[in-house]
Write a protein that binds this ligand. Structure first.
Ligand SMILES: Nc1ncnc2c1ncn2[C@@H]1O[C@H](COP(=O)(O)OP(=O)(O)O)[C@@H](O)[C@H]1O
Ligand SMILES: [Mg+2]
Length: 227
């Protein structure tokens, strides 16, 4: 299912976890509509529900109540195979701890999603231009351990873009960067969202992140509010 328009819709979405006998409300009745090209920032205290929100948006987890609609189709109507294809092909994930494979080079890390989905046509050209885009072509043979945090996160951006995803979900991507590199990373994400016409949702604690987005939300105790 191609998400041509990058639209995400949440209809009264709730998610609960049980911790022993206690039921934790991770998300409570979230209603949300994002349009193609939106650059969304999500802030809020630890445990508020930010990661849960991204996991649901990316089809990594499913809601207990309500409906999530991508490109006019309810995620719940997809079977496992369709969901996997959606995740791999339409959504780019960026994590706080980079999640690069340490035994693979920069080039191979970016190539990996293409190998997983057997999409090899034009691959080397695309990888090369993406590494050039994030300023790391010269480091293509390096291993993650040889890179700085900022560089690792730029590799993660290239990896996230390799499928030309409709949506990029970034969970505290600046959490392990100093403030200068954090801002640089947000600059790059912002630029990529324009150049690749991608909807971006970024969870961040960086108060300066607000100037990058056109939509701002806060989640606290599972309740999502516009800021
Ligand atoms: N797999 C899980 N099992 C039990 N509780 C969880 C699980 N994942 C998240 N939670 C709980 O859900 C709430 C929201 O968590 P999370 O979405 O990770 O918040 P944030 O990313 O804002 O820190 C927290 O109370 C957390 O403890
Ligand atoms: Mg989190």
């Amino acid at each position: 299912m191609p998400i041509q328009n990058g639209i995400i819709e949440f209809k009264n979405v709730s998610k609960y976890y049980s911790a022993g006998h206690v039921r934790v409300t991770a998300l409570s009745h979230v209603n949300l509509q994002l349009a193609k090209g939106d650059f969304v920032t999500v802030m809020g205290p630890s445990g508020g529900g930010k990661t849960t929100l991204l996991n649901l948006m990316g089809g990594l987890d499913s809601p207990d109540e309500g409906e999530i609609i991508l490109n006019g189709r309810a995620i719940s109507s997809l079977n496992d195979k369709e969901l996997t294809r959606l995740r791999r092909g339409e959504i780019g994930f960026i994590f706080q701890f980079f999640n690069l494979l340490p035994t693979l080079t920069v080039w191979e890390n970016v190539e990996l999603p293409l190998l997983l989905s057997h999409a090899s046509r034009g691959a080397s050209q695309r990888i090369e231009s993406l590494l050039d885009y994030v300023g790391l072509l010269a480091r293509r043979q390096s291993f993650p351990a040889e890179l700085s945090g900022g560089e690792m996160q730029r590799v993660a951006i290239a990896r996230a873009l390799v499928h030309q995803p409709a949506i990029i979900l970034a969970d505290e991507p600046t959490g392990n960067l100093d403030s200068e590199n954090g801002l640089r990373l947000l600059d790059l994400l912002k630029k990529a969202s324009v150049d690749f016409e991608t909807t971006v949702v970024v969870v961040t604690h960086n108060p300066e992140a607000a100037r990058y987005g056109n939509r701002h939300f806060e989640i606290r105790d599972g309740v999502m509010k516009s800021r």
